[in-house]
Design a protein around this ligand. Structure first.
Ligand code: SAM
Ligand code: SF4
Length: 333
């Protein structure tokens, strides 16, 4: 099997695919309320997405994560997942997974489990319905809770992703740890990252370094360092009291670039080699130029050959704006 190795010796084994830029929520740290979405013609069809993913699998990618925008709002998205699950059956792919806001999970959980998904990430920043409505602007907590229930019943392992927001949800973390422990969910805290204009909100005020959070949690809970890896950038600890795992994703305070094995594809076929850099490669033109995947695979290899060593996100009083102009919903986090 061909492997794509970048200039720093990192093998690319993980592709995250943003299947749509649209979403049924407008989370305050992610989008502005009046987003302009891309015209249909710019967006890869489901067949095109399948072709690109297939080419990456042939070039050594072992893990595919579907994200967005909200992946489950794209029409017919289950047909793409079903077609990609063939790579699981053939053994070419180790994992096909999903990051979702959970709003449509009650409809799709069983189908996801049936096609071979084992774990999914569900983003949830609060257990308080009013706060949930304020953070997501358009979301309803009870719908996400019904989705989680359905996912659990379908046998999917669930990891909750929580963006740590100072003064917004930082009074709830103990409750969330206890709740995840009871439900059997893993929990990962994420630092807010400076991506995209979010319309009047100020990230300096939202930013809560996870190093501070971890010290605070350490006073209430017995946290044991563990060597658990999911192929992602989170560091994990085990909570002795609940038996649950907590992960920390700290792009701002901790450099996770050395072990970066991933690249990100947008729904327009643009490949980003680093979440925190503007450099990107267009895969849509070579994809559409020929029915054969030769041009596409050449473009993929040329892109990996320019994968940068790392990012340099900064949030402080002198850097209030976005470090990169695109929104997280473009690359899917
Ligand atoms: N809509 C899906 C969801 O919310 O899970 C998938 C896409 S969303 C962009 C992926 C993840 O990125 C979510 O967990 C979300 O909380 C996170 N995210 C969005 N904007 C962020 C930001 N500025 N900083 C840190 N995380 C962010
Ligand atoms: Fe939508 Fe996810 Fe962004 Fe929230 S974080 S607005 S759910 S894409």
């Amino acid at each position: 099997m061909a492997q794509m190795i970048d200039p720093f010796g990192r093998a690319i084994s993980y592709l995250r695919v943003s299947v749509t830029d649209r979403c049924d929520f407008r989370c305050v740290y992610c989008m502005s309320e009046d987003m302009t979405f891309l015209p249909k013609a710019d967006i890869l069809s489901l067949e095109e997405l399948e072709r690109v993913c297939g080419a990456f699998v042939r070039q050594g990618v072992r893990k595919l994560r579907m994200t967005g925008g909200e992946p489950l709002v794209r029409r017919n998205i289950m047909s793409l997942f079903r077609n990609l699950s063939r790579h699981l059956e053939s053994g070419a792919l180790d994992e096909l997974t999903l990051t979702t806001n959970g709003s449509q999970l009650h409809r799709f959980a069983q189908d996801l489990a049936d096609l071979g998904m084992r774990r999914i990430n569900v983003s949830l920043d609060t257990l308080n319905a009013d706060k949930f409505a304020a953070i997501t602007r358009w979301g309803k907590l009870e719908k996400v809770m019904a989705g989680l229930e359905a996912a659990k019943a379908a046998g999917l392992q669930i990891k909750i992703n929580t963006v740590a927001l100072k003064g917004v949800n930082d009074d709830e973390f103990d409750r969330m740890i206890a709740w995840c422990g009871e439900e059997g969910f893993d929990l990962t805290f994420i630092e807010v990252m400076p991506m995209g204009d979010i319309g009047g909100e100020d990230r300096v005020d939202q930013y809560l370094p996870l190093s501070v959070l971890e010290k605070r949690l350490d006073k209430t809970w017995s946290l044991e360092k563990i060597d658990y890896k999911t192929g992602g950038p989170a560091r994990y600890v085990r909570v002795a009291e609940t038996g649950g795992r907590i992960g920390f994703i700290t792009p701002m305070t901790h450099n996770f670039c050395e072990s970066c094995n991933r690249v990100r594809l947008t729904c327009t076929g643009t490949l980003y080699m680093c979440l925190g850099q503007e450099d990107a490669a267009d895969l849509r033109a070579p994809l559409r130029a020929s029915d054969d995947d030769g041009l596409l695979e050449d473009a993929m290899r040329a892109a990996i050959a320019r994968k940068p060593k790392g990012h340099d996100f900064i949030i402080d009083r002198d850097h209030r704006g976005p470090a990169v102009g695109r929104h997280m919903s473009v690359t899917g986090g």
